[in-house]
Write a protein that binds this ligand. Sequence first.
Ligand code: SAJ
Length: 431
Amino acid sequence: MTMSISEIEPESVEAEFSTVVVIGLGYIGLPAAAIMASNGLDVIGVDISENIVEAVNRGEVPFVEPDLGVHVAGAVAQGKLKAQLNVPEAPVYVIAVPTPFLDDKSADLRYIMAAAEGISPMLQGGELVVLESTSPPGTTQKLAQFIMSARPDLSLDGSEGRPMVYFAHCPERVLPGKIMIEIVTNDRVIGGLNAGAAPMASKLYKTFCQGQIIETDAATAELAKLAENTYRDVNIALANELSIVSENLGVNVWELIEIANHHPRVNILQPGPGVGGHCIAVDPWFIVSADSENTPLIRTAREVNDAKPGHVIRQILAPFVGSESPVIAALGLAFKPNIDDMRESPAVAIVRRMALERVDASFLVVEWHTDKLPKELVGLPNVRLASIDEALAQADAVVLLVDHDKFREIDTATLAGKHVVDTRGFWNVGK
Ligand code: SAJ
């Protein structure tokens, strides 16, 4: 299918999509549900968790995301958004469930297929089913085939007079921490699987998206989303590799990258303690598993980024080989700055691995966004949360793992005489 920008006006669509069912009320589904409801659609959110359903029906958001609370509370109060456990009949379904990976790095599609099982019996023909979850190439096709084999009375092409169901992939591309802005302003890729699906899905997204709506086929939309996150992963791998080379050559990598980026066609990202979160560290594997023979670069970039925590651990512990019971302050646990999300965080992995490796050492962890340790660190006797003042006063070594703005308040004079490892270039830019 050729790429085109849909010219359908948003005003004409509200009646057509009177009710939208969003399956999965997590970091992606709840913002999508809330923004559609805020723009006049009646939205029913479906989730398997009773706690989430109850929280949303109280107008509350069960995780931290700026501005999402206002949208959810407003939409629930106006009766435009409600949540429930079961999938109802509706003209539009949006699937926004997790796609984690299995041990062999292939995608685990069980949540998508569970959503398909819920939708199948509700269909009458004419519905639009949108897959928003980041998915390996071919997933929209698999989803459609799954539903078609459960419902042989329906079709993808109207053959033999059987009513059609329309399928599209519209991958989410929002940045955690800025979701409510980016969900409106980002351009949106709409990948239609069967004839008519892409224009229908474009109408839906035009109700709230102010960016360009770019129509293509489902497989291209799937691969485009994976390519975006892979581009970032490969670029960060370059930065991480340069950080180790620079260290060995006595060069400051932050200054090096800043200078290189003055070139008009160079934009190297920042090195760090590793790549975390549930997108950039996962999605490249979906391309590798789709064509493992032809993806040495993508695989190697993943391996370079996954090896960075081990390098950071060696940097922190090196001066304490042979010395007893060092005290190490670890600043930050989240997977990136100014959010509370610690899932797949390299900071958490680094503290855990160090605590297991040096049972004689004490680890004082500073994380403003939580009053309890994440599950990976619970039960480790040599790890506890501490205030910044206590951690800095007691520490022999200080490792900056997350560049939370709040750490700017630290007086760097208090670091004098301590072994300092700054994984984010927070204190030493330009030196
Ligand atoms: N990181 C670095 N150096 C950098 C930038 C990031 O080490 O220069 C690290 C971060 O510290 C973090 C990880 O990478 O551990 C990922 O953070 P991120 O800010 O790059 O991305 P995510 O995972 O929060 O969101 C990404 C976004 N994708 C792109 O920017 C191409 C977002 O737009 C996607 O919607 C999201 O993945 C997703 O859900 O796929």
